[in-house]
Design a protein around this ligand. Structure first.
Ligand SMILES: Cc1cc2nc3c(=O)[nH]c(=O)nc-3n(C[C@H](O)[C@H](O)[C@H](O)COP(=O)(O)O)c2cc1C
Length: 321
């Protein structure tokens, strides 16, 4: 479907028409059907929906507790519970209404071979795009172990690139020293886009029992608490990706139109909404309305005009206090 230029919220993302720049994030919307049961919710309010992380074989996930609320956020260690790639492709995808939005698979694995096989099977399916999750902090092998090592990240991206022509989105880990260098390597390896950022590793402790709250000991921190970190990572990745016209789905704690606008200005072309859906499943129409209002007030005809418009002061390199 061609992008409707008349709608200021519509974007072209790696050749795909997104009705709005919002993307529902992996692990926060099941397999795309979960919120469709909520009165007033519609997948038409977003440009795309990322399905839960999928591995080759089914996984039961980690032992409880798997989630824990923290100030302005939450820890999760689900452990990639999913029914396996064949079930997702054969039984879930046929139930999804592709006329409502774009659907993105989220590919995970413990070995490069597993990433290749899962990607190959999604390539042979109606899925619109493939996101490779090399940044999951909640599994013992693969995941963030790959995503924090630029060599391994590039290997996984190149291997998946070789088996699909669908848009390939690489989801980067914030738990690494130099995210921009990793992004550069992933661009060389053939990624079409980035998702920035996945969760940050954290933990919670029960002082009375002196035990970790999360069954997996550590979990991934998400929600508004991580937004300042996510904004900086998007800004850093954008410095590398803009020359290659590689778009970014900025994410991490988005809970309002103002948050979404900040991510766009930092360099994102689309904005992910995840944890916020757990307490406000109807947040997306409100964010869309807020972005529309901002565009109108600033006399902009398209949301694409905002990407990377951050005005930096002339004060030399970025540093902390
Ligand atoms: C309960 C839960 C499960 C998640 N599962 C996945 C997953 O399977 N694959 C993935 O790439 N990211 C997963 N994530 C990370 C989110 O997609 C998102 O990148 C992160 O939570 C930051 O966005 P947010 O602060 O808006 O939630 C999960 C997050 C949560 C909270």
């Amino acid at each position: 479907m061609p992008t409707t230029q008349a709608d200021p919220l519509a974007i072209n993302f790696c050749g795909l028409h997104f009705a709005t720049p919002l993307v529902l994030l992996s692990g926060c919307v099941g397999f795309g059907e979960e919120y469709t049961r909520v009165a007033g919710f519609s997948n038409r309010d977003v440009g795309a929906v990322c399905l839960k992380g999928t591995t080759l074989a089914p996984r039961l996930g980690n032992k409880p507790h798997r989630v824990y609320e923290t100030p302005q956020g939450m820890l999760n260690a689900i452990g990639l519970q999913n029914p396996g790639t064949d079930y997702v492709v054969q039984s879930i995808l046929p139930q999804l209404d592709f006329s409502e939005t774009r659907f993105i698979a989220n590919v995970s694995g413990s070995t490069v071979e597993e990433y290749i096989e899962v990607t190959r099977r999604f390539d042979d399916s109606p899925i619109d795009a493939i996101e490779i999750n090399i940044s999951c902090p909640n599994v013992k092998e693969g995941g963030v172990a790959f995503g924090n090592d630029p060599d391994m990240s590039a290997r996984v991206v190149a291997a998946c690139r070789a088996v699909t022509k669908k848009p390939l989105i690489t989801k980067l880990s914030p738990n690494q020293t130099d995210i921009a260098e990793n992004a550069r390597r992933c661009i060389e390896a053939g990624t079409d886009a980035f998702a920035v950022i996945n969760t940050l590793m954290g933990m919670a402790i029960d002082a009375e029992s002196r035990t970790p709250v999360i069954g997996n000991v550590q979990g991934g921190l998400s929600g508004p608490a991580i937004k300042p970190i996510a904004l900086l990572k998007v800004h850093q990745v954008y410095q590398v990706s803009k020359a290659h016209k590689i778009p970014i789905i900025g994410q991490g704690g988005v809970a309002s139109a103002e948050d979404a606008l900040e991510f766009l200005i930092a360099g994102a072309s689309a904005i992910g909404v995840g944890t916020t859906l757990f307490y406000d499943p109807l947040i997306c129409p409100k964010i869309n309305a807020g972005i529309r209002d901002y565009l109108h007030r600033h006399k902009l005809s398209s949301v694409t005009q905002l990407t990377g418009t951050l005005q930096l002061p002339d004060t030399g390199p970025l540093c902390g206090s």
